[in-house]
Design a protein around this ligand. Structure first.
Ligand SMILES: *[C@@H]1O[C@H](CO)[C@@H](O)[C@H](O)[C@H]1NC(C)=O
Ligand SMILES: *[C@@H]1O[C@H](CO)[C@@H](O)[C@H](O)[C@H]1NC(C)=O
Length: 384
């Protein structure tokens, strides 16, 4: 209702959703600038929404006549521009989000009214389009969404995925998620997403991803968002740490503007995340989940591990006022155990509590000596 009222009040009578397309201008879109910000965030992969549920394609799809960013609005191949810019960045992979179904497409609505016994829409739209984006842009992450409550057989998902993994140009590196038909989610997939903003707080026995948004209420850009709608960097670091400790990856969404910008608040959050990862990346990248995910004694302590280096990381989100940190999970032994604070050179002193864990004495640092401000990581070696 509030949206209907808003439209009535601010737009000409009879203004339709399609009438928004020419207003999508992207005149400030600079793919190289985006790629620079995305790399500065510490991200290792980027997933662009190539098409959301309304069917508008961000590339000049042959199967989306007059409803794509080349024919209407920007008159540019936005997918191609970003793909090229991202690929120029070291260690940054390019991926695409793609919605299987479309809210208003008459072919989909017809199939739905036939209880998906006909498959005009997948045959004439979704599948040709999927082959098109994979062949043309070679995404190394294919993030499927929007099953439209239709089974995977309707979408021919297994047929398409067989092609993707064994014949497509990205067959050697591509990864996909779990949204390929009704009841697939959290059950089948290269990695699981389970639900939007999924953050289970415990280890899963399958690789997963927490896809969430910096604007707590939206995946798209909201002109009327207020400051408190955005997650703080402390909250984002906490989400990253919880996610990675439980074996997940973080996919942190930003909604760009109609004129092609990453708003400054998103840019700040992305760069802050990058600053934090620049110091603490060794406790995040290429780590594995440890035997415990968080501490049993001190809240807000999360663990990761690098088994090949026999290293365990205890990431703590609150600097204790006592100056020491009690860890209930690792047990240390004199002579062999070593504790360091990432970003600080001297080894730390610690005391063993036997089977009850250990106490780490934190150094007394001034603000400018702190390696970072939003969470810290201890590297523990030689522990049991
Ligand atoms: C499903 O995909 C496979 C692999 O591309 C293809 O051989 C098959 O014909 C497709 N089936 C339908 C019903 O479209
Ligand atoms: C460990 O994390 C879980 C899930 O977030 C939480 O329920 C539990 O209270 C945490 N344990 C401690 C000691 O903080």
């Amino acid at each position: 209702k509030p949206y209907v009222e808003f439209m009535k009040k601010n737009y000409p009578p009879g203004f339709t959703y399609e009438d928004f397309a020419p207003l999508f201008s992207a005149e400030f879109f600079d793919a190289n600038q985006w790629a620079e910000i995305l790399q500065a965030s510490g991200a290792k992969y980027v997933v662009l929404t190539s098409k959301h549920h309304e069917g508008f394609t961000m590339w000049g799809s042959k199967y989306s006549w007059n409803w794509n960013a080349v024919d209407v609005g920007p008159a540019r191949d936005l997918v191609g521009e970003l793909a090229e810019a991202v690929r120029k960045k070291k260690d940054l992979r390019f991926g695409l989000y793609h919605s299987l179904f479309e809210w208003f497409n008459p072919l989909f609505l017809e199939d739905a009214s036939n209880s998906f016994k006909t498959s005009k829409f997948p045959t004439m739209k979704t599948l040709p389009e999927l082959y098109e984006i994979v062949s043309k842009y070679q995404p190394e992450v294919l993030w499927s969404d929007g099953d439209g409550n239709a089974p995977d057989a309707y979408w021919n998902s297994t047929g398409f995925l067989a092609w993707l993994y064994s014949e497509s140009p990205v067959r050697k590196t591509v990864v996909t998620n779990d949204r390929w038909g009704r009841n697939c989610i959290c059950k089948h997939g290269g990695y699981y997403t389970c639900s939007d903003r999924y953050n289970p707080g415990h280890l899963l026995n399958h690789k997963w991803e927490n896809c969430m948004t910096i604007d707590k209420r939206s995946w798209g850009y909201r002109r009327n968002a207020v400051f408190s709608d955005y997650l703080t960097i402390e909250e984002l670091v906490q989400t990253l740490v919880e996610t990675v400790s439980c074996g997940g990856n973080l996919l942190m969404n930003i909604g760009p503007t109609h004129d092609g910008r990453i708003s400054i608040i998103f840019e700040e959050r992305l760069r802050q995340m990058g600053q934090w990862l620049n110091v603490n990346g060794e406790a995040i990248y290429k780590t594995k989940a440890w035997k415990a995910q968080n501490d049993t004694v001190t809240p807000g302590v999360w663990y990761t591990a690098r088994p090949e280096e026999a290293a365990v990381y205890a990431i703590f989100l609150h600097w204790p006022t006592t100056g020491y940190l009690t860890l209930g999970e690792p047990s240390a032994s004199a002579g062999t155990s070593k504790v360091t604070l990432i970003g600080y050179s001297d080894p730390l002193k610690w005391l063993s509590l036997g089977s009850k864990g250990m106490v780490v004495i934190l150094p007394q640092l001034t603000l400018s000596q702190l390696p970072c401000q939003w969470g810290w990581a201890l590297r523990l070696t030689g522990i049991n």
